[in-house]
Ligand binder design. Structure first.
Ligand code: UDX
Length: 451
């Protein structure tokens, strides 16, 4: 099939490259020429395991190419056959607006460009995470442009939310739990099914639903996952007070087949580009139709508090005034296998520690560049130092604080860690380190709801 993907961010690039592996012809469009130049040299704008090879192979076989505008993408594509429409994915950002709702300016700008340039029948697919009713807005914008051009073209707008987790996005694309397509148009249904059936093991994993239903599924799924995490974080806080081990509680709760074990890990709060933004956007969606989002507000409030968890434990142990103290921080990305630091718990922690007078020496296997720009002020003031090796963060530190659960931290030589630290204290913000081994080495181990 002929496919255009507008937006080569995280979602657009993964979508375009993965669709190209199944023999489709994909053109990715992005306004950022520097990004395109780098992509042409095989340099990816994001860190995602395995994606560089998929992009490279698809470019080599000429199934994937790049351009900086929709018009040239449309002219580069071979004409679609009479029974096949050109598929145009919109995968641009939906940043958070001032009131917490998703800002649609980029999505609607793409819709306008499509309406101004389209010459053939097409199916426009909303991949961006957008509020309920956005497909109608996109359709209206394209129709208005076509009307002004005085041409009639057969087109429709479909909702197809993404469920890609950073760090494992390729596996999520090639082995999805489900693919959701929102449409009531039989032609779109047929073509979207043909596009996606090669990606599912069983046909029922391809779920064709209503358009607004698809739009809401995305928000509801992410908000549900965020709810589970916030819920377990609250349970972990109760565990702390009773001296109960939350890991045992988690196993017992997750073993119930009605609940299941995934997304029940307590820690120092969730981050990333989706959960915080999507929970807030769903709050606004609910409020816009007069529903008081009591549960969602609580999920968000718990997460904000949870991001202070490590700092509160550190000040409980070392006192509120941290002048003269130094802390080693392991992990800056919002989760492992990504360099993404959006809404990362490390930001709240490092800002709080340095404001209280402490110095921080931090390490992350891939987020160092991102951290250098986010914390440029602290680095300049000498309050934060970034190291390439986790072991060199430890000398003279009053404690080690783990924020992101990178695998390599688990297998560190903890006897050496102990020898380097000023005091053998570990705050494990993800319950990730081998607690029993650390206790045998006489570390003071403070996890999240651990006994
Ligand atoms: C999420 C959704 O999972 C994905 O389907 C969606 O399309 C995009 O948003 P992502 O943000 O990449 O994916 O990360 P995810 O693995 O879901 O983790 C989000 C946050 O939750 C991370 O900060 C992670 O550390 C935290 N988390 C996750 C927990 O605190 N506990 C858990 O049990 C799981």
């Amino acid at each position: 099939m002929n496919i255009i993907v507008v937006g080569t961010g995280y979602v657009g690039l993964v979508t375009g490259a993965c669709l190209a592996t199944k023999g489709n012809h994909v053109i990715c469009v992005d306004k950022d020429q520097t990004k395109l130049d780098k992509l042409a040299q095989g340099i990816l704008p994001i860190y995602e395991p395995g994606l560089d090879k998929v992009v490279h192979d698809a470019v080599t076989t000429k199934h994937l190419s790049f351009t900086n505008n929709v018009k040239s993408a449309l002219t580069m594509l071979a004409p679609s056959s009479a029974d096949q429409r050109t598929l145009i994915f919109i995968a641009v950002g939906t940043p958070q607006g001032e009131d917490g709702s998703a800002d649609l300016k980029y999505v609607l700008a793409v819709a306008r460009e499509i309406g101004q340039e389209l010459q053939q029948p097409a199916i426009i697919i909303n991949k961006s995470t957008v509020p309920v009713g956005t497909a109608d807005l996109v359709k209206g914008e394209i129709a208005w442009q076509l009307f002004q051009r005085k041409i009639f073209l057969d087109f429709d707008v479909v909702s197809n939310p993404e469920f890609l987790k950073e760090g494992v996005a390729l596996d999520d694309f090639f082995n999805p739990d489900r693919i959701v397509v929102g449409t009531d148009n039989p032609i779109a249904k047929e073509q979207m099914s043909a596009l996606y059936l090669p990606f599912v093991a069983k046909p029922e994993q391809l779920m064709i639903v209503g358009i607004k239903e698809a739009e809401l599924i995305k928000y509801a799924a992410n908000a549900m996952l965020a709810t589970r995490i916030s819920f377990m974080n609250e349970v972990a806080n109760v565990c702390d007070r009773f001296g109960i081990d939350v890991e045992q509680v988690r196993s017992g709760v997750g073993a119930d087949s009605r609940i299941g074990p995934a997304f029940l890990k307590s820690g120092c709060g969730y981050g990333g580009s989706c959960f915080p933004k999507d929970v807030q956007a769903l709050v606004r969606i609910a409020q816009s139709v007069g529903v008081d989002p009591l549960v969602l507000n609580a999920v968000e409030a718990r997460n904000k508090k949870q991001k202070q968890y490590l700092f509160q434990n550190i000040t409980a142990r070392f006192g509120a005034n941290l002048h003269g103290r130094q802390f080693a921080v392991w992990g800056l990305a919002f989760k492992p296998d990504t360099d993404d630091m959006r809404e990362a718990s490390s930001i709240d922690l490092i800002r709080a520690l340095t404001t209280a007078g402490a110095k921080v020496i931090a390490h992350d296997p891939v987020a160092e560049e991102m951290a250098t720009s986010i914390f440029s002020d602290l680095i300049q003031d000498g309050k934060l130092q970034l190291e390439h090796d986790p072991m060199t963060t430890l000398a003279n530190a009053d404690a080690l604080v783990l924020v992101t659960e990178w695998k390599e931290y688990q297998t560190a030589d903890f006897a050496k860690v102990k020898a380097s630290l000023k005091s053998a204290v570990v705050f494990d913000g993800r319950n990730h380190l081998p607690m029993n081994d650390l206790k045998k080495l006489n570390f003071e181990y403070i996890g999240v709801g651990r006994r």
